[in-house]
Structure formats: structure tokens, C-alpha cells
Write a protein that binds this ligand. Structure first.
Ligand code: FAD
Length: 400
């Protein structure tokens, strides 16, 4: 019998790395940051760098939201192709959003290196493959536009892709800049780093109400303690849809499966992230401990106990599709899991001020490259707090 779990691989691999006290009294802070996932970890670190006094709270333990489920492909490529995004927001804006993705990945590398954050961060390339001839034609147009905007791309013919990586495709775009990371470990280690330099963290601290109409916003916890702050920053992930009237995201469910670590595969695969043109797309990569990971098979979001059965079916489908793409890979599944995922109308995140909350800012890195967006949020949030111009902020604003 093979016993499986619904817990994600990253949580099982790392366990609960650090725990923090729950809030037991009323406190005052300069910035209250809500959410201890990868976004909260990145934003609180930027706020600490900028010299703010920060208190971070989470209603769960650190990293137990989507951050423990993410497959952590760090891509500059937005779910919305550049040529389609250009139709929606203009070519200059679309190119800027793509270019900022490249900068964000490089910034993240600098951050983990400078602060010695042990999280399996590895720079890679990204290979976006066409799953059929019609898709290849469109993908080539996408390549031409990315080339025009100097996004570090190369077109690879099907033979070259097969020869280098063993992947069956109809051609694809090879991009210079991408990376992978263990986001769960990164969130924990980065928060622990900032606790050492004075950040306060309270986990298992749930909010009962938010009062933001005065000059000093405050929240009241379920235990009836008050946190008064000058500003509140929400890094509350996909659950934020419950706090907003504006429909910022469509929630879906997405699935992933990881192999045993003893897998033999073409070593060139270790240096790339792979995704394809199917809808929903299939994506894959190796992990830093020698496993192969595949994800995709998005389905409608249902908060139901049946999700466990659906997950079993989805992981079978993922492996079937993987075998078509990489016929020589003998994938032996170790762990599979699913998680909530949010897509936006233009593939872009929501970062900034919502008119629904007076003294608050939000960093909601929705979409397939949420972690890259959250990295971009570091500068945007600090700029907004310091009332500085930020060109990118207009594309990620609420009410757009
Ligand atoms: C299977 C899967 C694969 C994915 N693959 C990728 C990928 O390859 N690349 C990528 O970039 N992204 C990927 N994502 C998306 C990625 O997981 C998210 O973008 C990212 O984890 C979001 O992090 P976060 O910190 O914003 O949210 P979370 O990790 O959910 O953190 C939010 C935190 O806020 C807390 N919180 C929420 N509401 C409250 C409240 N009212 N009071 C107190 N605390 C609260 C939660 O407990 C949680 O810890 C994937 C997602 C899934 C499910």
C-alpha cells in the first residue's frame, strides 16, 4: 500500500522551522504587516532595510499558506503573453512589466546572497515550449516581440530542444533569466533574519476586526488585544479576496507532483524551468535535492473534502502529460498536493492602496509568477510609504 498525503512537499521536507508567540497584550507599532508567507517575508525585509519598526502577524504558523504549496518557479514571464498584455495596457507598459520581472529575479539573488539566506536558490534559464504546430506559430510571434524588447531570448527548433533536453515539442523560447527556490524555507529564514534585527512576530494571531478610519489604524484580534499602527500592510495572499469588494482575482485550484529523489534524468534539465502553451499550462523543473517536479491541471476552486480524490486524479493526469513531453523520464511519484491559486484579468498583481481601506497598503502577488511580483512589491511598497513616484505602481494599482 502507498500512503499519500495532502500536505505539500516543502512542508514535509522542512517541517515547522520556527514558531513564534501568539499576541497576549495590546501593542503599538509603526508598521503592522499581516501575513507571514513569502510576500510578507519579502516586504517586511524591505521595510526593515528602509528603517521602519515592523510587527508581523499571521493567523497560522509562518509559511503555512500558499507558500508551503508553491513550486517556486521564479519567472519574469507573466501568464499573459507580452503580445497580449501589450493589447491590454500598451506595449511600453507591457515591456516594462516583463523587464521588471528580470530585474526582480536578479534582485532576489542579490538578497539571498547578501543576507546568506539558505533556501536552495538557483539561477536557471526558462524554456517555454509549444505543444502543437498552431501554438508554435503564435509562440514565434511572442518570441519576436520579446526579442524586440531585449528580454534575453533565443528561439530553439524542436530538434535542438529534443537533443539538449530530451523534450518533445514544436519549438520554444529559451530565456536567459529565471530561478528556482524553496520559498517556504526562504520565508522562514528571511523572517528569522529580521527577528534578529528587531522585527516582532506573532503567529496564530487571528484578526477579529480592522478599524482604519482614524489617522492611526488598528486591528483587534480574536483574543481581544489591540494592535495600533501608523500603517497596515496586507500580505494576506489569496484569502484577501474575502476582505475586498473589488474582484481582484479568480480563484482556482492547481496541482503538483514531485518524484523520488533517486530519479535519473538528463542533467541539462537541472538548469531550466519548463512550461508549455497548453491551457492550463503544464510546467516542470528539478528540485535542489535531485527530484523532478511537475505541476498544472488547474480546476475550479471547490472548498470540499472531495478535493483529495480530485488531487489523486490530477496527479495521474500530470504524470501522463509529463511522459508525453519527456518520454525518457521514468517519473516515480513521491508526493502530490494541490493548492489555491488566483488569476487576474491581465496577469498582473495588485500592489498599492485600495480605496476600500484608508491607512493600508496591499501586496497581492497573484498569478503564475507571484513570487517575482512580490519581489517587485518591495520597492513599490517602500516608495508608496515614502510618497515617491513609482512607474510600475500604475500598472499594478487597484481599480484598474
Ligand atoms: C501548487 C502551486 C504552485 C505554485 N507555483 C508557483 C510558482 O511556480 N511560482 C510562483 O511564483 N508562484 C507559484 N504559486 C503561487 C504562490 O504560491 C503564491 O504566489 C505565493 O505563495 C503567495 O505568497 P503569499 O505570501 O502572498 O501568500 P501566502 O503564502 O498564502 O501567505 C499569506 C499569509 O497570510 C496569512 N493570513 C491571511 N489572512 C489573514 C488574516 N486575516 N489574519 C492574519 N493572517 C492572515 C495566511 O495565514 C498566510 O500565511 C503556486 C501556487 C500553488 C498552489
Amino acid at each position: 500500500m502507498r500512503l499519500r498525503t495532502f500536505e505539500s512537499f516543502w512542508l514535509l521536507k522542512n517541517g515547522l522551522l520556527y514558531t513564534y508567540p501568539t499576541l497576549q497584550k495590546n501593542i503599538k507599532t509603526e508598521i503592522l504587516l499581516i501575513g507571514g508567507g513569502i510576500t510578507g517575508a519579502l516586504i517586511s525585509d524591505a521595510l526593515m532595510d528602509a528603517g521602519y519598526k515592523v510587527t508581523l502577524i499571521d493567523c497560522r504558523d509562518i509559511g503555512l499558506g500558499s507558500t508551503s504549496a508553491t513550486t517556486s518557479m521564479l519567472q519574469y514571464e507573466i501568464d499573459e503573453p507580452l503580445k497580449d498584455l501589450a493589447q491590454k495596457i500598451g506595449e511600453d507598459g507591457a515591456a516594462l512589466c516583463y523587464q521588471e520581472g528580470i530585474i526582480a529575479i536578479k534582485d532576489l539573488k542579490k538578497l539571498v546572497t547578501a543576507k546568506k539566506i539558505d533556501c536552495g536558490f538557483k539561477m536557471k534559464k526558462s524554456l517555454y515550449i509549444a505543444h502543437n504546430k498552431k501554438a508554435a506559430k503564435e509562440l514565434h510571434q511572442e518570441y519576436e516581440m520579446r526579442k524586440k524588447h531585449k528580454l534575453g531570448v533565443k528561439w530553439l527548433e524542436p530538434d535542438a530542444i529534443k537533443k539538449n533536453y530530451g523534450i518533445v515539442s514544436q519549438g520554444g523560447i529559451l530565456s536567459e533569466t529565471a530561478a528556482s527556490v524553496d520559498a517556504y524555507k526562504m520565508a522562514h529564514e528571511l523572517i528569522a533574519f529580521n527577528v534578529k534585527r528587531g522585527m516582532k512576530v506573532f503567529d496564530q494571531t487571528e484578526i477579529k476586526s480592522i478599524e482604519d478610519q482614524g489617522t492611526t489604524p488598528k486591528i483587534i484580534t480574536k483574543e481581544n488585544h489591540t494592535i495600533t499602527a501608523k500603517k497596515i500592510i496586507f500580505c494576506t495572499g489569496f484569502e484577501t479576496v474575502n476582505l475586498l469588494k473589488e474582484k481582484v482575482a479568480e480563484l482556482i485550484y492547481t496541482y503538483a507532483s514531485v518524484s523520488e529523489p533517486t530519479q535519473t534524468y538528463n542533467k541539462n534539465l537541472e538548469n531550466i524551468l519548463i512550461w508549455n502553451t497548453q491551457d492550463p499550462y503544464l510546467y516542470m523543473r528539478t528540485t535542489d535535492d535531485g527530484r523532478f517536479l511537475v505541476g498544472g491541471e488547474d480546476s475550479a476552486y471547490k472548498d470540499t473534502i472531495l478535493q483529495q480524490n480530485i488531487k489523486e486524479e490530477k496527479s495521474k493526469m500530470l504524470i501522463k502529460k509529463l511522459k508525453k513531453t519527456l518520454p525518457d523520464l521514468d517519473f516515480i511519484e513521491d508526493i502530490s498536493w494541490g493548492g489555491v491559486f488566483g488569476t487576474t484579468k491581465d496577469g498582473l498583481p495588485y500592489i498599492g492602496k485600495s480605496p476600500e481601506y484608508k491607512n493600508c497598503l496591499f501586496c497581492l502577488g497573484f498569478g503564475g509568477n507571484g513570487i517575482t511580483f512580490s519581489t517587485q512589491g518591495r520597492k513599490i511598497i517602500v516608495d508608496l510609504l515614502q510618497k515617491k513616484e513609482n512607474t510600475l505602481a500604475q500598472y499594478y494599482r487597484f481599480g484598474r
